[in-house]
Design a protein around this ligand. Structure first.
Ligand code: C2E
Ligand code: MG
Ligand code: MG
Length: 723
C-alpha cells in the first residue's frame, strides 16, 4: 500500500468529521488502513487529475489489480472501455455542478471478467490538497444478474401473454373464461362480438348475463357449461342445438365445449368456454336434410321421409290402439300426357295433382311423391277404414277436376290402393306392399277408383308374377301356338278368312287362353315381342298353306294398343311381310275402337301407311268402344266385326237387333265387310242372314282350330256350312 495520508478520507458530506480529523485528531495510518480495508466497499482516492492516490483492499479485490497497478492510473482505468466514455462524461458533469457522482458501470477485471459496479464519488475538503475526490465502488453483479433475470422473465411473460392474446384473437373461435364463482374474467374479440359484450363491461359479471344460452328446441335456458366443467373438473361439450342470444337479442346457433382451468396447485380456479357460430353449417345441414327428404319437383316428402313418418305413425297407433292408413296413388294414363304433351306439361300436371292431394288431407298427414306419377299418402290417425275411404273419395273428386296448365284444361284421374295398419299387416314393408297391390287392383277395376287391400289380392299378385315369368319363358321356349277360327260367308257358306287366336301351351297348366295372359303381357310390355311372334307365325303359316297348294284364306291378327303405338310397329309389319314372303292382301289386322280413338290423328296416319302396304284392316269388337263416326269414315277400314255381346243377345234383347242391323247397314254404306262375331245359334244365323250381314264367325261354324285341323278344313271348305 502506498503512502497516501489518512486525512484523505474526509468526505465533503461529512464536513464536521473532516474538520475534526484535519484539526489534529488524526488517527494513525495503520488504524485508517485497517478501517478502510475492513470496508466491503471499494475505496479509491484520486487527485485533481483523476489519478489514483489510494485504493483499499476491497477495491483491489473488485478490480482484480494490486495496489501498485492502481496507483497513478486514472480512476477510470478499470472500467470496461464500452462504459468508460459515459462514466467520464457523468463524472465531468458532477464535478462541474459540484454534485455527487453516481454511476453504474462495468469493470473489466484483470482476469478479463466483467462485473457490474456502482460508483459514488465526491470531492474531499480535507484541506490537504484541492481537487481530490474519494470514490466508493460496490460490486453489484449479483443484483444486476437478478435484475436481468427478472427482466428476462418479465419479457418472457409479456411475450407469452402477447402470444396468447394474439392467438386467442386470431382463432375463429370465441373464448371466454370465468373465475371459480362463475364471473366472467376474460373474453377474446370473437367472444365480444358474438355476445355483444365488450370486455370492459363484461368482466366481473355473472356468466349467464354475458353468455346467455338457451336450448334451441325448448327455448329453456341451457345449463351453464362453465359450472358443469368446474363441478366435474373435466371438459364438457355444450348441449346440442344450443342458441346464444346476443346482447341485442340476435340469435346464433353455437357449438363447443367448456374446460376447467387449474392453478399451480392443480386446484380448479375457473373455466374456459370455447364456442363458435354454427348457424351457417347448421342451416346448411338442415337444408341438406330437407333435400334428402323431399322431392325436388313437388317439394313433397320423399320415400325416405315417408318411411320415417310411417314408422312413427305405427308406434303412435300401437300406443293409442288406433289405426293408420296408407294410400298408394297412381295417375291413370299419365304416360300418355307426358308422351303427347311433353315433360314440361307433365311436370306441371304432377305439381298440380300434388297440390290437390295436399289440400285434400290434414296437416298431420303426409303426402309423399314416390317418383314418376306415384304418390303415397299416410293418414296418421284413422278411427275406421271408412275414414280412409272418405279421404280417397275426396281425393278422386279433387283430382278429376280439370287442371289448368299452360292455357290447357287437362283431365286426369287416379287409382288408389288403401291398406290399414294394423288390420292388414303389422310391418312397414308389408303395409306398403299391400297398398301397392290394392292400387293395381284399382287399376284392374277400371281406374279412377279406390280399393282396399284384401288378402286374396296377394295371391293374385303372385299369380300375375308367375304368369309374367311364364310368358318370358314361353317366348324363349316356343310354348305359343296359333289357333285359327274360320270366317264364313253367310250367304254361300264358304270360308272367307280366319282369325288367328293365340294359345299358350304351358307345360304346367296345359292350354292357357289369351284372356288369362294377354292383359298381363300388355301391362309388362311383353305383348310387343309376343305380338311380333304372332304376326310372324300367322304369315309363315299362310305362306306354308299357299306353298303346299291349299286354297289359303286371308288371316286376321289381333293387335294390342301397345303394339299399335309402338314406334317400330309399321317397320315390324313390313319386315315380317318381307321375311315371310306373305302376300299383304292375305293379312288383316284387327284393332279395337279404343285403340284407334286414343289418338285418332296418329292412328289415321298409321292406318294409311298399313293400307299403302296392301294390308287389310278390321275394327274388332265393334260397338263396345266409343267411335267417332267422322273418324270411322276417314279411317281406311275394310271390315267391321260386330262384337259378340250384341250377337249373343240377339234373341233376348229388344234393342240389339236394331244395333246389329244398324251396324250392318252402316258397313254396307261405307262399303265395309261386316262380320258378326260369336255366332252360336241358328236363330242368330237366321237373323244375320235376314239382315244381310256378310259374314259370321262363331262356334256354330267352327271352334278355333289348331294349324293341323285348320289345314284339313282348308282342303274341304264346304264342310263348314252348318247343315
Ligand atoms: P277377339 O279378338 O274378339 O276374338 C274372338 C274371341 O271369341 C276368341 O276368344 C274366340 O275363341 C271367341 N269365340 C269365337 N267364336 C265364339 C263363339 O261362338 N262364342 C263364344 N263365346 N266365343 C267365341 P279367345 O281366343 O279366347 O281370345 C280372346 C281375346 O284375346 C280375343 O278376342 C283377342 O282380343 C285376344 N287375342 C287372342 N289372340 C290374340 C293375339 O294374338 N294378340 C292379341 N293382341 N290379342 C289376342
Ligand atoms: Mg279379334
Ligand atoms: Mg272380337
Amino acid at each position: 500500500m502506498n503512502d497516501t495520508p489518512a486525512t484523505l478520507l474526509l468526505v465533503e458530506n461529512d464536513p464536521e468529521n473532516a474538520q475534526n480529523i484535519s484539526g489534529g485528531l488524526r488517527p494513525s495510518e495503520a488504524l485508517f488502513r485497517m478501517m478502510s480495508d475492513a470496508s466491503p466497499l471499494g475505496i479509491l482516492v484520486s487527485d485533481d487529475l483523476g489519478h489514483c492516490v489510494y485504493s483499499n483492499a476491497a477495491y483491489q479485490k473488485i478490480s482484480g489489480l494490486h495496489s501498485e497497478q492502481i496507483l497513478g492510473t486514472h480512476w477510470s482505468m478499470a472500467i470496461l472501455p464500452e462504459d468508460r466514455e459515459r462514466a467520464l462524461a457523468e463524472w465531468q458533469e458532477a464535478v462541474s455542478r459540484q454534485t455527487p457522482f453516481k454511476s453504474e458501470v462495468r469493470f473489466l477485471r484483470a482476469d478479463q471478467r466483467t462485473i457490474w459496479t456502482r460508483l459514488n464519488a465526491a470531492g474531499m475538503h480535507d484541506g490537504v490538497e484541492a481537487g481530490r475526490r474519494v470514490q466508493t465502488v460496490e460490486d453489484i453483479s449479483e443484483r444486476k444478474a437478478a435484475e436481468r433475470d427478472l427482466r428476462l422473465s418479465e419479457d418472457a411473460l409479456f411475450y407469452e401473454k402477447e402470444r396468447a392474446e394474439v392467438t386467442l384473437n386470431s382463432i375463429g373461435d370465441a373464448v371466454l373464461t370465468t373465475d371459480l364463482a362463475g364471473q366472467v374474467s376474460y373474453l377474446n374479440q370473437v367472444a365480444e362480438k358474438m355476445t355483444g359484450w365488450p370486455s370492459v363491461e363484461a368482466l366481473g359479471r355473472a356468466l349467464p348475463e354475458v353468455f346467455n344460452i338457451v336450448d334451441g328446441a325448448t327455448r329453456e335456458p341451457a345449463v351453464n357449461p362453465a359450472l358443469r366443467a368446474i363441478e366435474g373438473g373435466k371438459t364438457v361439450g355444450l348441449a346440442a342445438d344450443c342458441i346464444l342470444i346476443h346482447r341485442d337479442g340476435f340469435e346464433s346457433s353455437i357449438e363447443d365445449s367448456a374446460s376447467p382451468i387449474h392453478n399451480r396447485d392443480g386446484a380448479v380456479s375457473g373455466a374456459v368456454i370455447v364456442f363458435h357460430d354454427v348457424s351457417v353449417s347448421r342451416a346448411m345441414a338442415l337444408k341438406m336434410t330437407y333435400l334428402a327428404q323431399h322431392d325436388f319437383l313437388t317439394d313433397l316428402p320423399n320415400r325416405a321421409l315417408l318411411t320415417e313418418r310411417l314408422s312413427q305413425a305405427m308406434k303412435l297407433a300401437n300406443r293409442r290402439h288406433a289405426r293408420a292408413a296408407l294410400l298408394f296413388v297412381d295417375l291413370d294414363g299419365f304416360k300418355h300426357v307426358n308422351d303427347s304433351l311433353g315433360h314440361v306439361i307433365g311436370d306441371q300436371l304432377l305439381q298440380s295433382v300434388a297440390g290437390r292431394l295436399v289440400s285434400g288431407v290434414r296437416d298431420t298427414d303426409t303426402v309423399c311423391r314416390q317418383g314418376g306419377d306415384e304418390f303415397v299418402i299416410l293418414l296418421a290417425e284413422v278411427e275406421q277404414p271408412a275414414d280412409a275411404a272418405r279421404v280417397a273419395e275426396k281425393l278422386l273428386a279433387a283430382c278429376a277436376l280439370p287442371h289448368l296448365i299452360g292455357g290447357n284444361e287437362l283431365h286426369v284421374t287416379m287409382s288408389i290402393g288403401i291398406s290399414i295398419y294394423p288390420d292388414d299387416s303389422d310391418n312397414m314393408d308389408a303395409v306398403m306392399q299391400d297398398a301397392d297391390t290394392a292400387m293395381f287392383h284399382a287399376k284392374d277395376c277400371g281406374r279412377n277408383n279406390y280399393q282396399f287391400f284384401r288378402a286374396e289380392m296377394n295371391t293374385r299378385a303372385m299369380r300375375r308374377l308367375g304368369i309374367e315369368n311364364g310368358l318370358r319363358r314361353a317366348l324363349k321356349q316356343a310354348e305359343f301356338q296359333l289357333y285359327f277360327q274360320p270366317q264364313i260367308d253367310l250367304a254361300t257358306g264358304k270360308m272367307t278368312g280366319a282369325e288367328a287366336l293365340l294359345r299358350w301351351q304351358d307345360p304346367e297348366n296345359g292350354l292357357v287362353y289369351p284372356m288369362q295372359f294377354i292383359p298381363i303381357a300388355e301391362e309388362c310390355g311383353l305383348i310387343v315381342p309376343i305380338g311380333r311372334w304372332v304376326l310372324h307365325e300367322a304369315c309363315r303359316q299362310v305362306c306354308a298353306w299357299i306353298d303346299s297348294g291349299l286354297c289359303a284364306v286371308p288371316v286376321a291378327v289381333n293387335i294390342s294398343a301397345l303394339e299399335f303405338c309402338h314406334k317400330d310397329f309399321l317397320k315390324g309389319v313390313a319386315q315380317i311381310l318381307q321375311d315371310t314372303g306373305m302376300p299383304p292382301a292375305f293379312l288383316e289386322l284387327e284393332l279395337t275402337e279404343s285403340v284407334l280413338m286414343h289418338d285418332a290423328e296418329s292412328s289415321a296416319s298409321v292406318l294409311d301407311a298399313l293400307k299403302a302396304m296392301g294390308v287389310r284392316l278390321a275394327i274388332d269388337d265393334f260397338g263396345t268402344g266409343y267411335s267417332s263416326l267422322s273418324y270411322l269414315n276417314r279411317f281406311p277400314i275394310d271390315t267391321l266385326k260386330i262384337d259378340q255381346s250384341f250377337v249373343r243377345e240377339l234373341a233376348s234383347d229388344a234393342d240389339n237387333p236394331t244395333i246389329v242391323s244398324a251396324v250392318i247397314g252402316m258397313g254396307r254404306n261405307l262399303h265395309q265387310r261386316v262380320i258378326a262375331e260369336g255366332v252360336e245359334t241358328r236363330a242368330q244365323f237366321a237373323f244375320l242372314l235376314k239382315h244381310q250381314c256378310n259374314e259370321g264367325q262363331g262356334f256354330l261354324f267352327s271352334q278355333p282350330l289348331n294349324a293341323k285341323d285348320f289345314s284339313a278344313r282348308l282342303s274341304h271348305p264346304d264342310l263348314l256350312f252348318p247343315s
